[in-house]
Design a protein around this ligand. Structure first.
Ligand code: G3H
Ligand code: ZN
Length: 291
């Protein structure tokens, strides 16, 4: 069943567990996520960016996510990730997405409030959750894996800004910058726990950690104690997708059946997401939701 993301995350926030939000741009990866979630009875957030929607088709995405959530009996939210325009936000809401992110974090706080308020007003009519972001989450430029150049415009979420932003927008869930970085291919991110604890104490609502592919398991176990309820992961699944293909094709040079090749991809994705559910204490939390 597709839930509003707010409903899933408020349960996670109150019970100190995390719900991973996996990006997908391929339906075999999506199937692998569902197989893993079904195995450990974990609720999950499935998210796409606008380019992924253009590649897969919005009706395909919504119908497959809806059908699979019933088939595997998994409470899910379907989320639009990193949107920067009202067209795609309205399109996703009208097609059945249960959550959207307006990413105006590179604007000044006044414009970020303005953009977020616009989306809140529209989404409210459809009971759709809104995520926004205060502070800027860096990204490793994805030219190649040896590229250590990180755009140095990272700015940690400021407590006063976060409080003011929440007062003005009452946004459902907030993405924050506490050392996390997009596109990390190694688990080297250092979390600023002092800042995380201050933000959580100040705004007391579910927090979102972008760039979680760079977070090791011990930090995943830690962050859910301090309000991080949505943990965004894309890069790690992309790496696993490629590794699975390379491994299978090397071991089976004569196989040409896509369902055999992609069956192995599904298997490795499913194993990987189960490890995330374990680290985030999401296992069996599907029982917290009605069908
Ligand atoms: O919104 C998507 C995530 O923030 C991607 O994070 O690059 O660490 O997988 P990642
Ligand atoms: Zn992100």
């Amino acid at each position: 069943m597709i839930y509003s993301m707010k409903e899933l995350l408020e349960n996670a926030y109150e019970n100190h567990y995390g719900i991973p939000a996996f990006n997908f741009e391929n339906f075999d990866v999506l199937e692998g996520i569902f197989l893993g979630a079904e195995k450990v009875k974990a609720p999950v957030i499935l998210q796409t960016t606008e380019p992924a929607i253009n590649y897969l088709g919005i009706d395909n995405i919504v119908n497959i996510v809806k059908n699979n959530s019933e088939r595997y009996k998994i409470p899910v939210a379907l989320h639009l990730d990193h949107a920067d325009n009202m067209n795609i936000i309205k399109k996703c809401i009208k097609h059945g997405y249960s959550s959207v992110m307006i990413d105006a974090s590179e604007n000044d706080i006044k414009n970020n409030i303005k953009e977020t308020t616009k989306v809140m007003e529209y989404a409210k009519e459809y009971n759709v959750t809104v995520e926004s972001e205060i502070g800027i989450v860096d990204s490793i430029s994805n030219k190649n894996e040896n590229d250590k150049e990180v755009k140095k415009h990272n700015n940690m979420t400021n407590i006063e800004d976060a409080k003011y932003f929440i007062d003005k927008t009452n946004v459902d869930v907030l993405g924050i910058s506490i050392g996390n970085i997009h596109g990390m291919r190694v688990k080297e991110t250092e979390i600023n726990y002092k800042r995380l604890i201050e933000i959580n104490n100040a705004i007391k609502r579910p927090l979102v950690l972008h760039g979680s592919s760079g977070i090791n398991d011990s930090n995943l176990k830690e962050i859910i104690k301090y309000g991080i309820s949505k943990i965004n992961i894309e890069t790690e699944l992309r790496i696993i997708f490629r590794k699975a293909l390379e491994q299978y094709l090397e071991k089976n040079p004569s196989v040409i059946k896509p369902r055999d090749i992609m069956g192995y991809v599904r298997e490795l994705i499913s194993e990987a997401v189960i490890l995330k559910f374990e680290a985030l204490n999401t296992i069996n939390k599907s029982n917290n939701f009605l069908y």
